[in-house]
Write a protein that binds this ligand. Structure first.
Ligand code: X2X
Length: 339
C-alpha cells in the first residue's frame, strides 16, 4: 500500500513543480530558508498531529518564516521502517518513532516497553524525563541521530480482537496478533505463546479487516483515531506496556540550522510534546465509553497472571541479559524489581 501512496505523492510533487513558478502557494513554501518534512504514522486527528501543526506554526512565526515544517501524517512518506531509512539518509528531516521500533537501530531504545514495567503515567514521566530517558537518548545520539528531550505519549497498550476477549494468559495461546516491527514485541507475545506477525502500522487496518490477523494492541487514543473499532469486536484492558515516540532529526539537517534557530525549534517541539501528552492521556483515560458505544466489548483481566507468565517464560531474564546490567538497573530504579 505504501508504494502506491509514495508514487502518488511523487506524482503530485512533480505536478506542483511543473505547475511552477507562478503558483503562489508553492512559491511561498520555497521562500523558507529551511523547508523540513515531519513524518509520522499517526492519523491527522491524533494529538501528535494537532499539536504538531500548532508547533510548526509557532516555529514559523518565531523564526520569521525561516523554518517551514510540513507535516506528513498517516505514513504518507512510507511505513515506519522506510521512514527510518529516509530519516537516516536525509530524505526526511523530522520523524516521531516509537522507541521500540527504533530499537532495530538502537537496541536500548525499547527498554521502556518491557512488559508491565510501569504502573501508571506519573511513573512513566518520572523515568522518561529522568535517568531512563537520558540513558536512552545518549544511545540514540551515539547512533548519529538527533533526539529532542521530551518523549511524546503513545500510551498504555490494550489488546483488541475480532475473535475473542483476552481474559487470562491462556487466551493468548495461538492468538494471531499483529505487532509492530520490533524484536521486543515479537519476543513478548511469543512468551505468551501467541502467534505474532510484524506489520507496520500503515497496514494494520487492512490486515484486521481481511483477517490476516485476529487482533492487535494499541492505546485507546489510536484505537479511536485510526478507527480500529470498525474492524475489531473486543477490547481487553491488558495495559501490558507503555510506549512513546521520540522526536528524531537527521543530524546534517539539524546542524544546518543556525544555533539560535535550533533553540527555537527545540523549545517548541518539547513544549508541543508536553501538551500532546496531556491530550493523549485524557483520551486514553476517557475513551472507553465512547468506544463501547461504537460496539467494542470491553473486559478488565486480572493482570498478575500475565506478568507471572512472562516471568516463567524467562522473558525478563532474557531481556535483562540483552540490555545489560547498567541499563536494567536504571530501569528498575524507576519500576522496582522486575526479575
Ligand atoms: O505501530 C503501532 O502500533 C503504533 C502506532 O502504536 C506505533 O507506532 C508503535
Amino acid at each position: 500500500m505504501h508504494v502506491s501512496r509514495r508514487t502518488l505523492l511523487k506524482a503530485s510533487t512533480a505536478t506542483a513543480v511543473m505547475a511552477g513558478i507562478g503558483a503562489p502557494l508553492v512559491a511561498r513554501a520555497q521562500q523558507a530558508e529551511f523547508s523540513y518534512k515531519f513524518a509520522n504514522n499517526l492519523p491527522d486527528t491524533h494529538p501528535i498531529n494537532v499539536r504538531g501543526r500548532e508547533m510548526a506554526a509557532a516555529i514559523k512565526q518565531e523564526t520569521k518564516g525561516r523554518v517551514d515544517i510540513q507535516l506528513f501524517p498517516s505514513s504518507q512518506l512510507g511505513s515506519d521502517t522506510d521512514t527510518l531509512s529516509q530519516l537516516r539518509s536525509g530524505g526526511v528531516e523530522f520523524f516521531t518513532l516509537s522507541g521500540l521500533i527504533l530499537a532495530t537501530l538502537v537496541p536500548a531504545a525499547s527498554i521502556n516497553g518491557i512488559g508491565f514495567a510501569f504502573p501508571d503515567y506519573p511513573a512513566v514521566w518520572k523515568a522518561m524525563d529522568g535517568d531512563l530517558g537520558a540513558y536512552i537518548r545518549s544511545q540514540i545520539t551515539k547512533a548519529n541521530l538527533v533526539v529532542m528531550d521530551k518523549i511524546w505519549d503513545n500510551g498504555f497498550r490494550q489488546t483488541t480482537s475480532s475473535t475473542r476477549p483476552i481474559n487470562t494468559p491462556e487466551d493468548f495461546k495461538g492468538f494471531k496478533i499483529r505487532v509492530p516491527v520490533s524484536p521486543l514485541w515479537t519476543s513478548m507475545f511469543k512468551a505468551f505463546d501467541a502467534s505474532p506477525a510484524s506489520i507496520n502500522f500503515n497496514e494494520v487496518y487492512s490486515a484486521l479487516q481481511t483477517k490476516i490477523v485476529e487482533g492487535q494492541e494499541n492505546p485507546l487514543a489510536l484505537i479511536s483515531t485510526a478507527k480500529l473499532y470498525e474492524v475489531q469486536r473486543y477490547c481487553s484492558l491488558t495495559n501490558h506496556m507503555w510506549d512513546g515516540f521520540w522526536f528524531l532529526a537527521n543530524r546534517r539537517a539539524w546542524e544546518r540550522l543556525p544555533e539560535d534557530v535550533r533553540a527555537i525549534v527545540a523549545k517548541n517541539v518539547n513544549a508541543a510534546a508536553v501538551k500532546a501528552r496531556e491530550d493523549t492521556e485524557k483520551l486514553n483515560a476517557g475513551l472507553q465509553s465512547e468506544l463501547a458505544g461504537k460496539g467494542l466489548v470491553f473486559n478488565q483481566p486480572d493482570l498478575k497472571p500475565f506478568r507471572e507468565k512472562l516471568r516463567q517464560a524467562g522473558f525478563y531474564a532474557e531481556w535483562k541479559a540483552k540490555y545489560g546490567d547498567e541499563a536494567w538497573s536504571i530501569l528498575e530504579r524507576s519500576t522496582g524489581k522486575l526479575t
